[in-house]
Design a protein around this ligand. Structure first.
Ligand code: PMP
Length: 308
């Protein structure tokens, strides 16, 4: 789980042994947080006897949007990045669930803050990866940290520097004895978890904050919305959520590539519903795992196989 089994990286245009994928202490991105990244999961399918990468193209399309925010231009199109990722996983030969981390960054060794007309670097590596949020039932706290505002740092880009905000929220929550944090917008509406989008169920409807409330536009969020509407026939609303709605919600859960569908059973010491995982969350979670492991024909197009 700590990446010790990683053997290769794709690093600035070629596959290299992981030990050779190194950057300088002078690298702009290391000094100023001027990079962007993705987190992609690949699931081992016992039925297929191969890895299935989930929503690969969507992740690379988002990476290219993040690059645009940072004036990074990559020499690869999204489709090509998908092929490179399949090849990396084929070389690694993992026969277990894993996590793929592409990173595009300012590789120039210049001191100074300009980000245009600087050299760009790009790498991808993969690690075996199990659960991100330990335990089935998360107890969460509303964070004392607020979510970054679009007017200061674009939240819809997955920018390395912006993750200081997420780390402060996550560590505060864990040091205070909770599993995760919910961060609010500057004006006090629920935005998301430290690295997950947030869903609430009230009176049978699925509700999630809109993309204008400083969320990362999550791919799992989109998956959950589509599954809820298409497969379960639920009403999905994208609207603002007040803090106190979290306390009286019927059900709450997080969605994210790493977090998958993670039920929340307590917020700020207040148990939700009857204190156990709610029925809609359970249904969505089971369906999500069937979909990512390629067991639902209608959603197989989201799974990119890695041939041995
Ligand atoms: N918000 C943040 C801040 C995240 O880091 C993530 C994880 N990428 C998410 C939400 C969930 O996004 P996705 O479903 O695309 O992984």
């Amino acid at each position: 789980m700590n990446g010790e089994e990683t053997r290769f990286a794709f690093f600035n245009g070629t596959f290299v042994p992981i030990e050779e994928a190194k950057i300088s202490v002078r690298t702009h991105a290391f000094n100023y947080g001027t990079g962007c990244f993705e987190g992609i999961r690949a699931y081992w399918s016992d039925e297929d006897e191969r890895l299935l990468i989930f929503r690969l193209l969507d992740h690379y399309q988002r990476l290219l949007r993040s690059c645009r925010l940072l004036h990074i231009s990559l020499p690869h199109a999204a489709e090509e990045l998908c092929e490179i990722t399949v090849e990396l996983l084929r070389r690694e030969g993992f026969q277990q669930d894993c996590y793929v981390r592409p990173l595009a960054y300012k590789s120039s060794k210049a001191i100074g803050l300009l980000i245009h007309e600087l050299e760009d670097g790009f790498c991808i590596f993969a690690v075996p990866f199990g659960k991100y949020i330990e335990g089935e039932e998360a107890s969460v706290a509303v964070s004392s940290w607020r979510r970054i505002e679009d007017s200061a740092l674009p939240a819809r880009g997955k920018l390395t520097g912006a993750y200081v905000n997420s780390s402060l929220a996550k560590s505060e929550a864990v040091l205070n004895g909770f599993d995760e944090a919910i961060v609010l917008t500057q004006d006090g509406y629920a935005s998301e978890g430290s690295s997950e989008n947030l869903f609430m169920i009230r009176d049978g409807a699925l509700i999630t904050p809109p993309v204008t409330d400083n969320i990362l536009e999550g791919i799992t969020r989109d998956t959950v919305i589509q599954l809820a509407e298409q497969a379960l026939g639920l009403t999905v609303l994208q609207r603002r959520i007040n803090r106190t709605e979290l306390y009286i919600a019927d059900e709450l859960f997080f969605s994210g590539t790493a977090a998958e569908v993670s039920p929340i059973i307590k917020v700020d010491h207040r148990p939700l519903g009857d204190g156990r995982i709610g029925p809609i969350t359970s249904q969505l979670k089971a369906l999500y795992f069937d979909v990512v492991r390629g067991r639902k024909e209608a959603y197989r197009h989201w799974c990119t196989p890695v041939e041995a």
